[in-house]
Design a protein around this ligand. Structure first.
Ligand SMILES: Cc1cc2nc3c(=O)[nH]c(=O)nc-3n(C[C@H](O)[C@H](O)[C@H](O)COP(=O)(O)OP(=O)(O)OC[C@H]3O[C@@H](n4cnc5c(N)ncnc54)[C@H](O)[C@@H]3O)c2cc1C
Length: 383
């Protein structure tokens, strides 16, 4: 059967990048952890991610969280261990609207102050950095050489294996049905295989978090929005150092993936909701933009395509904190398309919140209460 323990110090619900990172960091600190995943590890949004990892954000919290993630991915083979194919080829944002150049200039200043080596580059340097990019109309670009991409599945498996080595129970095929609460405090989790009692529960169930949190009377404003990604057939003589190149105006992006390229684009008209139909002509619309921003893609066949959910909050920032209504119920969700890269830092932060330690940065602005208090933190650099 499932190997479900009857009790644990902490139950983490969700076996994506976020939940496994939390389980690893807690288990490493000596906490008895039980992670529940109803399907397979990484089977949610994590396995659908493009793998992008960056510190080029406009919000200082996201910059710090991104930088912490980059540092953790660079040392992942030592801790928790495992190969994650982290390629620090940089992120290159192409900007063709004057107003974006102004905003990105400010973001670069902020990133530099926080220790991120990003810089503004002209179109000629952008062309040298990303020779496959079409640069018509591009006014400027920003580049950060320590950004890049890694394998989301490998990161999730690495964290899960590390957590197991530190004694965590990583239980797959078990669904959390409800969070047990008594006298305003968490008591455990009811599952389809019985109950696990626990002193603390972490809701890291991605786009499915609102349904679970609601069983404890907690509202998390996270909406699922489908996104599509494509990979190409092998491309002969493709250079290995291709930055993750983003056309900021359209949200079109590409990076190297195996012997070909991975590319995608944000459909900003996609309605939120589970299983909503996507635009059947989407690839045509992507091809139109690719014709301008990566013309050689038009000569290459598509090898694979898949869809996955972005977990979107009203201000495109994650929700991280302890529920105000229920003591010792923590949430880490709603990362709005950047949860893979934020997983290392979020794992550390939740560990510290659970243990009553001071996290490496104050995440109180990421609490869900910000929406009621009208203190949202809009992130500008979203793809
Ligand atoms: C097309 C696409 C491209 C993306 N590209 C990037 C990128 O380049 N970089 C980046 O950082 N992010 C990217 N993202 C976003 C990233 O995938 C997510 O932010 C991240 O994977 C969220 O991880 P998670 O662990 O919170 O959620 P998930 O990976 O969805 O994990 C949640 C898990 O909880 C499980 N679960 C749910 N409910 C229950 C329950 N009741 N009981 C037990 N288990 C349950 C689910 O089965 C699931 O496995 C992309 C997303 C998409 C869709």
């Amino acid at each position: 059967m499932s190997g479900l323990p009857r009790s644990a110090d902490v139950v983490v619900v969700g076996g994506g990048a976020i939940g496994t990172s939390i389980a690893f960091h807690l288990a490493e600190a000596g906490v008895a952890v039980c992670l529940l995943e109803r399907d397979a590890l990484a089977s949610g949004s994590t396995s659908r991610a493009a793998g992008g990892v960056r510190a080029q954000f406009s919000d200082p919290l996201n910059v710090a969280i991104g930088l912490r993630g980059i540092e953790a991915f660079a040392r992942f083979s030592e801790r928790p261990g495992g190969a994650i194919d982290f390629r620090q080829v940089g992120y290159l944002f192409l900007l063709d609207r004057p107003e974006d150049v102004v905003i990105f200039e400010r973001s670069v200043e902020l990133q530099n102050e926080l220790g991120v080596p990003s810089r503004l580059v002209g179109p000629e340097e952008a062309a040298r950095l990303s020779p496959l990019a079409g640069l018509e109309g591009v006014l400027a670009a920003t580049f950060c050489p320590i950004d890049g991409h890694a394998s989301p599945e490998a990161v999730t498996q690495g964290y899960a294996a590390g957590a197991r080595r530190h004694g965590a129970a990583i239980v797959v095929g078990v669904e959390a049905l409800a969070i047990d609460v008594a006298a305003g405090r968490v008591r455990g989790v009811a599952t389809d295989h019985g109950t696990v009692s626990a002193e603390a529960v972490v809701c890291a169930a991605g786009v499915w978090s609102p349904a679970l949190a609601r069983t404890a009377g907690v509202e998390l404003p996270v909406e699922p929005v489908l996104r599509e990604v494509y990979t190409t057939e092998p491309i002969p003589d493709l250079r290995s150092e291709i930055p993750l190149t983003v056309d900021f105006t359209t949200g079109f992006y590409f990076h190297r993936e195996g012997p070909g390229l991975l590319f995608g684009m944000a459909d900003r008209s996609q309605a939120p909701g589970f299983d909503r139909p996507t635009d059947p002509t989407w690839l045509e619309r992507v091809s139109e933009v690719a014709g301008r921003r990566a013309p050689m893609l038009l000569d290459v066949g598509v090898a694979h395509t898949w869809k996955g959910y972005y977990e979107v909050t009203p201000d495109h920032n994650g929700l991280v904190g302890e529920a105000r209504q229920v003591e010792r119920l923590y949430y880490a969700t709603g990362f709005s398309g950047h949860g893979f890269m934020q997983a290392p830092a979020v794992g550390e932060i939740i560990r510290d919140l659970v243990l009553g330690r001071e996290p490496f940065l104050d995440v109180s602005p990421l609490s869900v209460e910000r929406f009621a208090m009208a203190t949202q933190r809009p992130e500008h650099n979203v793809i």
